[in-house]
Design a protein around this ligand. Structure first.
Ligand code: HEM
Length: 435
């Protein structure tokens, strides 16, 4: 397959680190749907053709494992938890945690999500009638961390649970640096030493929580309870808890921040969400957002198209396979980028434009829309995330008008664990007076 030469990669290297999103988009534009990067050993391919993407993630999924640089870096923090696991026992774990994401259970979380949103708004914005300029990225991170804590560790978050959430959130930041580091774990670099300390801290916090729950006798219906009842070892439970916190908060927080920015840029879309929510007889449910709040859901879908938090998905072939109609050897790395697919000009009408309507008029090229991945490793928290976003957005826009600050320039997207706004997302929130 065509692709940049080693020299081009070397000169482009700074830009792949500084701006991997732009780098990947340019690579596809320049070389097409299959780009080969010049690496030693088996090929590393940027795969963008819908048939190949489907093959890697779906039809030939068994042959494509998560034994990649991306997931190995994550696993150094999470261990082989559900997201990073390249192990055959992944499916057992997925089945075990699935009840935590069943519709019934999600339904019962709606009030907690709304409370977490209200709490954060009270603290960060308060009740005065003036306009506040608020870093919504920070507020959304707080909300998303609280919500995931509620979901996995139950209602009354103990001091211990709070400490685990904070420590895990900080650990997530290490993952990106680990992905870029070429030093093996045994070398006592500053980064590796920090990793060891962080892991130890997470272990202690998790093991204490697990022990306390075991001692309490009743396991509860949250994720921790399910994992204990499922007979997993303490180490396995620790890995799943850390995984869920990492997978479930930065992604949602980033998605919410970008959605709020797009709503501030498009006041009529924001009015649409506000009036749809106002017409709802009860509170916003966690489920069936598409039928209950069609416009709000279209806004969320469109925001996830323009700013997919999970910007890259990688796999490695266990055995030879077919990509682009040609055989690729065992050990081939396939890089699939939702960011690239969601913005391709040959698939999307006016791809750079925020146009939620496209999700209502049936003009979406589904094969090029993968905010939650696809196939057996599809995001297990998908419905949870969509419901959570609908609830939080509804709380914010029914209480505040969201506007751009006077000196506005769009924050640039920074591709870390999730694509988040670099330097935060300062927006103006003005309380709406009740009539
Ligand atoms: C997997 C995106 C929210 C837990 C994934 C994958 C994507 C994704 C793209 C597939 C990765 C791959 O195939 O390599 C997102 C986005 C979210 C979100 C964009 C928010 C807007 C959540 C939440 C949770 C969660 C709220 C849990 C509370 C997971 C887990 C996996 C996963 C455990 C691995 C599933 C498996 O391999 O069986 N997510 N996610 N995610 N996500 Fe999410």
């Amino acid at each position: 397959a065509p692709g940049p030469s080693t020299r081009e990669m070397m000169t482009g290297f700074r830009s792949i680190r500084a701006d991997p999103l732009d780098f990947l988009c340019r690579a596809r534009e320049q070389y097409g749907d299959l780009v080969a990067f010049p690496v030693p050993g088996p090929p590393a391919l940027l795969v963008s053709d819908p048939t190949d993407v489907r093959r890697v993630l779906q039809t030939s999924a068994r042959n494509w494992s998560k034994d990649t640089v991306q997931y190995r870096a994550l696993a150094r923090v999470t261990g082989p938890g559900l997201l990073a696991s390249a192990e055959p026992n992944w499916l057992e774990h997925r089945r075990l945690v699935a009840p935590a994401f069943h519709h019934q259970r999600l339904h019962s979380l709606a009030a907690k999500v709304a409370n977490a949103g209200d709490r954060a708004l009270d603290v960060h914005v308060g009740w005065s009638s003036r306009t506040h300029t608020v870093d919504v990225a920070e507020v959304c991170l707080r909300i998303a961390l609280d919500v995931v804590g509620d979901a996995i560790l139950s209602t009354d978050l103990s001091e211990q649970a709070h400490r685990l959430l904070e420590a895990t959130s900080a650990a997530a930041r290490l993952v990106v640096r680990l992905g870029q580091s070429i030093l093996p774990e045994r070398i006592p670099s500053a980064l590796n030493r920090r990793l060891t300390t962080t892991r130890r801290k997470l272990d202690v916090l998790c093991f204490e929580l697990i022990e306390a729950r075991r001692a309490a006798g009743s396991h509860g219906d949250d994720l921790l309870g399910l994992l204990i009842e499922g007979g997993l070892s303490d180490q396995e439970i620790r890995d799943e808890l850390v995984t869920m916190v990492i997978a479930g908060h930065e992604t949602v927080a980033a998605a919410l921040s970008w959605t709020l920015m797009l709503l501030a840029e498009h006041p009529s879309a924001q009015d649409g969400v506000r009036s749809e929510v106002a017409l709802l007889p009860g509170s916003v449910p966690m489920m069936q957002t598409r039928s209950v709040l069609p416009w709000t859901r279209a806004v969320i879908d469109e925001a996830l198209r323009l700013y997919p938090p999970a910007w890259v998905i990688s796999r490695r072939s266990r055995a030879a396979d077919l990509i682009g109609g040609r055989e690729v050897p065992a050990g081939t790395t396939a890089i699939i980028s939702p960011w690239v697919l969601h913005r391709r000009a040959d698939a999307w009408n006016d791809p750079e434009r925020f146009r939620p309507q496209r999700f209502r008029d049936g003009s979406v090229p589904r094969a090029n829309y993968l905010p939650f991945g696809a196939g057996p490793r599809l995001c297990i928290g998908r419905d949870f995330a969509l419901g959570e976003m609908a609830i939080i957005l509804s709380r914010i826009v029914s209480r505040f008008r969201v506007e751009l600050p006077a000196e506005w320039s769009r924050p640039s997207p920074q591709a870390d664990v999730a694509v988040h706004p670099s330097g935060g997302m300062p927006l103006c929130l003005t309380p709406i007076r009740s009539p």
